[in-house]
Ligand binder design. Structure first.
Ligand code: FAD
Length: 305
């Protein structure tokens, strides 16, 4: 068998030069690629093209706030780094801290999670919710695209052959909202591929009653993460009444794919939306609206684990 070359650039510039010339597979944490290319136990994975290892490029490892106050996360930052970094928005920290087990979180990168374009990926939920953008770089220059557009469909992203994802830019954080919510329904609290995750955030006008902004996104509810501005608009500019909550619940129900959604997932989503909006209308002291405390997402009592 012909041996394939492995590139190990030391700088982003070097990596982009290689990407412009050679058809390589970028390998970051390898947690998706090593699994998708595995053979049998004891044999190393086989790749159909040369691999370019980008996990240690210093330019991709930074987390900082830019001059517009947006959180910028290097493409090569791991889930563990994001979970621990208070500059990162709360919703994203929640998602990052519940991905796989600790070993996985130390290697899985945010760009890999986006590029994988799996509807069950955990980070796209918060990234859709917070209007995050992907920065994409090549020798031709940089461009930016909303994560929700960059993930075109199941397992498909809008990346040209000479490009790399270099940064994720998140313009909103928990500070922009009065109440926030994130919940992953899985077989365990972490170390479980999501059955579903729901992210929500709400802000009221100064009168404390009229909804100024409301957002909801859900992963594992179709071919890609779901968010619908049309559904969110049903409640914006209004006060939270039981009928409006039902409009939002039913509106989101129409957005999520019937094929991907057994009834228990659909019902869990409805309950999470209903719970969040009902509690937010009561203006509790805590910003984070918890899912538990006597409230079951799936019908049966849900113990804290
Ligand atoms: C046991 C196990 C449990 C898991 N649990 C979860 C979970 O709970 N939640 C979850 O969301 N995921 C989970 N995953 C999936 C996986 O870990 C994530 O998708 C991870 O974030 C992928 O990142 P990576 O750096 O390992 O990607 P890699 O495997 O290195 O790459 C994945 C894809 O991204 C591309 N890529 C990587 N970086 C770039 C870049 N900078 N520019 C362009 N393309 C790039 C690669 O070419 C490849 O196509 C799990 C996986 C395993 C094996």
């Amino acid at each position: 068998m012909e041996e394939l070359k492995c590139y190990m650039p030391k700088t982003l510039r070097e990596a982009l030069e290689i990407k412009a010339k050679v058809d390589v597979i970028p390998l970051a944490g390898g947690s998706d690629l090593m699994v998708s290319h595995k053979r049998t136990i004891g044999l190393t994975p086989v790749f159909e093209k040369p691999v370019m290892i980008i996990r240690n490029l210093p330019e991709l490892r930074k987390i900082y706030v830019n001059d517009k106050g947006e959180c910028c996360i290097g493409a090569g930052c791991t889930s563990a780094e994001i979970a621990e970094n208070k500059l990162c928005p709360w919703h994203l920290r929640q998602a990052a801290s519940r991905m796989g087990a600790i070993g996985l979180r130390n290697s899985a990168t945010i760009a890999g999670n986006i590029a994988n374009a799996s509807p069950k990926g955990d980070t796209p939920g918060p990234l859709y919710l917070l209007d995050a953008r992907v920065k994409i770089s090549s020798l031709r220059g940089d461009r930016e695209e909303l994560v929700s557009d960059f993930i075109v469909k199941f397992r498909t992203i809008d990346l040209k052959s000479d490009e790399l994802i270099t940064e994720i830019i998140v313009p909103y954080s928990e500070d922009d909202f009065d109440y926030i919510f994130w919940h992953k329904v899985g077989t365990r609290k972490a170390n479980a591929i999501s059955k579903i995750t729901v992210s929500q955030a709400i802000k009221f006008e100064k009168d404390g009653k009229t909804v100024k902004d409301y957002r909801v996104s859900a992963t594992a509810t179709g071919a890609k993460t779901n968010r619908s501005r049309d559904v969110e608009k049903l409640i914006i500019g209004k006060t939270i009444e039981p009928e409006i909550i039902e409009e939002v619940v039913n509106g989101f129900d129409q957005v999520i794919s019937p094929r991907a959604m057994p009834e228990f997932r659909r019902e869990a989503t409805r309950r999470m939306i209903r719970r969040f909006l009902t509690e937010a209308a009561k203006h509790p002291k805590d910003k984070v609206i918890d899912t538990y405390e006597g409230y079951s997402m799936t019908g049966a009592p849900t113990p804290r684990s």
